[in-house]
Design a protein around this ligand. Sequence first.
Ligand code: URA
Length: 237
Amino acid sequence: MRINQFIAHAGVASRRKAEELIKEGKVKVNGKKMTDLAFQVSGNDLVEVNGQQLRNEEFVYFLLNKPRGVISSVTDDKGRPTVVEILGGVKERIYPVGRLDWDTSGLLILTNDGDFANLMTHPSHQIDKTYVAKVEGHANKENLRPLTLGMKIEGQKISPARYSIIRTEKQKNASIVELTIHEGHNHQVKKMFETVGLPVQKLSRITFGSLTLDGVPAGKYRELTRKEVKDLMNLAK
Ligand code: URA
C-alpha cells in the first residue's frame, strides 16, 4: 500500500494531508525519515507519524466455539492449551473478548480491535449472553426466582436475569436451564446457580448479542461479517 494511503487508512490524516506530513519530514519508516511519496509499505514495515507508531494490521474479528479444557488467554505460563492456539493460522495478534472459564465451552469472540473489545465487555453496555447450564438438582420456578429479581453475590449486585427450564432429568437429579445475563463478572453464572442451591455441572455459552453458534462445531471458528460487527457495536451503544 502506498505510504499516504497507509497513513490515511490508520485514521491519522487524509491522503493529501499525509503527503504534506511526509514532505514535512514527520513520517518515519523503520526508524528512518521517509520522503518518497510513492513508497510502498509492506507488512513488516514500522511506520511512525510524529513519533507515534501506526498499526499495520487490519482489524479482524472471529467467532470461536471454544471447547472445554482450553483457557481464554493468549499464552499460559503452565503450558495449557489456549484459545489463541486454536486460531493458529491467523497472523494478526488477536485476543479473546472477555473470558470463558477453562471448563466452559461455547461462543467466544477474538479480535485485535481494542475499542471493539472494550465496547463488548463494558458492563454498562448490556449485551445479552445466553448460557445453557446443566445443574445438579431440580430447577423450578421457586428456586430460580431469585435469579430474576437481581441478587447479591459476594457483596456485588447482579442484574436480574432471564431463564428458561429446558428439562429436568429426574433419575440423574439434574436440570438443563438456559440463562440470559448481560454482565460478565467472574464465574457469574456458576455463582448465580450456586447461590440458589443448584451447582453447575456443565456450562456452555450459546449466544453473544445477535451471534449464535450455528454452523460452527466445537473447536472450530469463523470470521464475523462486517454486518455482524456493526450490529454488535450498535447493540452496545
Ligand atoms: N459464567 C461462568 O460462571 N463461567 C463462564 O465461563 C462464563 C460465565
